[in-house]
Design a protein around this ligand. Structure first.
Ligand code: MD3
Ligand code: FE
Length: 217
């Protein structure tokens, strides 16, 4: 064996990249399972359609949202909260597919968070121009549990700050199949998504889907 046998190879991309203490980027984590994940999406969204929620301040979000799992995140003029039922239908949110939950649990474990037990999955859909303003996720009772995100479809520029709103966020490009685990000191970091650039993705067309798995109960 000599090194020159491998001289044509690119250095392997690190499987894990620490964005900050507690924030672990799993590049391409679901690159191969993305199609399996998406196979469940249409059925879930038929039961609980995507909708543009209104913030307590009266703004309609440009991202369209739905949920699966025992709990789902909603917003209206009264505030943000988790509910057991979809307010549109009065029915329980559709169950979280086992394939989705298992993927999220494995991502958390790879990032060092054993025992992650997500009971909520927020489904975000971005069309060209959709954005998510800088915010913290703090509607979950136990912020010692991480949040796992899975990006599918068009790439997005993700803004990742610190728990201090005034700190300028860093920018990362999240692509189809990328997983990120946000725990520990990163759990209460401010974050957002820049307006989605137009494009065409082979599986999803002109959109980006982001799944965030949470322990909300
Ligand atoms: C960092 N979603 O649903 S996922 C959200 O791409 C949300 O749709 C974005 O922010 C999206 O709340 C970003 C990445 C993410 C999710 C939760 C976090 C990053 C986070 C919680 C704490 C810190
Ligand atoms: Fe968030």
């Amino acid at each position: 064996m000599t090194a020159d046998l491998f001289e044509d190879e690119q250095p392997p991309e690190p499987a894990q990249q620490a964005l900050a203490p507690g924030a672990v980027l799993l590049r391409g984590f679901a690159r191969d399972t993305g199609a399996i994940v998406l196979a469940q999406l249409d059925r879930l969204l038929a039961a609980a359609p995507l909708r543009h929620l209104v913030t307590p301040g009266g703004h309609t979000m440009s991202v369209a949202m739905s949920n699966c799992g025992a709990l789902g995140w909603v917003s209206d003029r009264r505030g943000y909260r988790y509910t057991q039922r979809d307010p549109l239908s009065g029915q329980p949110w559709p169950a979280m597919p086992a394939t989705w939950r298992e993927l999220a649990v494995r991502a958390a474990a790879e990032a060092g968070f054993a025992g992650f037990a997500p009971d909520a999955c927020l489904i975000n859909q971005y069309l060209p121009g959709s954005k998510l303003s800088l915010h913290q996720d703090r509607d979950e009772p136990d912020v010692s549990a991480p949040i796992v995100s899975l990006s599918l479809g068009l790439p997005a520029v993700f803004l990742f700050g610190t728990p201090q709103r005034a700190d300028r966020p860093k920018r990362y490009r999240l692509q189809h199949g990328d997983g990120v685990v946000w725990g520990g000191p990163a759990r209460l970091a401010y974050h957002g998504v820049a307006p989605l650039a137009d494009g065409e993705h082979p599986l999803l067309g002109r959109r980006r889907i982001n799944l965030t798995f949470r322990q909300a109960g």
